[in-house]
Ligand binder design. Sequence first.
Ligand code: HEM
Length: 399
Amino acid sequence: MTPETPAREIPSTDIDPFSMESLADPFAADGAVREIAPVVHIAKHDYYAVTRFADIRKGLRNWRVFSSTDRPFYEDSEFRPRIVLFEEPPAHTRTKSAIMDVLGPKNLGWMGEYFKEQADTLVDKLLSEETVTADGYMDLSIGYVLKVFPDVIGMPEEGREALLKFGSAGLNTFGPDSEHRARKLAAGAEAVAWVERNIDRDALSPDGLGAQLYAMADEGRISEAEARDLVKTVFAAGFDTSTSGIASMLRAFGDFPAEWQKLRDDPDLVTAAWEEALRFYPPNRFGGRWTPNGADVDGYRLPAGAKVLMMWLGAARDPREYDEPDVFKIDREMPNGHLSFGFGLHTCAGNLVARLEATTLLRSMATRISAVERAGVPRTAINYQAFGHEYAPLRLRRA
Ligand code: HEM
């Protein structure tokens, strides 16, 4: 847009992305908003949605324009520390490099071995008969992640199920006040005491990722309070997202059984399969931003101070970016990738761990299971910011 070109008027919609109807089918709701325009005013809440793949990706490249220091529905919360996600350089550079260091290559080797050992054990145990029925959420995703993730961080065994409620509450904070939100936050509040106790230095085992963050405080790289907040962020950001992603991937295989055969024929497709699962069912629905000085999106002008939802779940099914977006295709070409780990400055700090965790389980399953099919009606969890399955019934045939 040049200074002479008048900005196009941003259309407004009565579709409420946070209504119970939208939460029951966010792909339909966010897809409908996406097809109105690249930027849409959400009348009910007076926020703006950036809806399409190319515009979200472009916007996220510029953190000064789409700032993350504030966002729709923001209020201080015991579930979501401000560290990293709400920060910008230079503070963000320091804290993100600390957390990336711990969640990066230096720890991936031993984690990978441990993940494999646990995945193989779990899958072998599950396949007690030639054909078994299992819940992709509880039996596989939770059974695996609730073991390996807290173990590598160094959390105690006892009470770790608190992570389920804590994660779910955290991802329900960014939405309007409602009975649904109040219920989720109340359930999460029960988990907070456990979390607060177990992010303390003394509660963590000396050889886990949590202890490594505290060691950085000892070296003066970050403060003691920042180390504690980073451990809490790992608790908050890393559990629900991974469990949702894995359960959703398994549901997708149940619905598209021919894709499992492709994986059996070429188990090296595990990496591509996980990326496609993240695209097909993004575990995180949107990112919140604001525009301190306004922003241009494809000829539309967002005002200064606008609160913005970057709707990457809707963008994951954008036909302008993906052929047959509603089809789960594990060998799909994705030249621009997907937005399910975010993009730009705030790209997920735990993406390598999440990728390792999920692909290790998938590889273990692919070598042991000859066929996967749906065995009942799956159920998605109702959540403002997360998307995932709380029930994914599957029939698995032993290879
Ligand atoms: C499938 C699993 C996961 C998904 C889909 C996911 C998704 C995301 C997304 C979309 C963002 C960007 C948010 C934004 O820009 O507003 C993000 C950021 C982040 N994630 Fe993840 N995440 C996953 C797993 C993890 C894990 C396992 C950890 C930690 C162990 C983690 C830690 C973080 C942190 C610290 C940030 C903030 C990064 C920053 O602000 O620079 N995530 N994640």
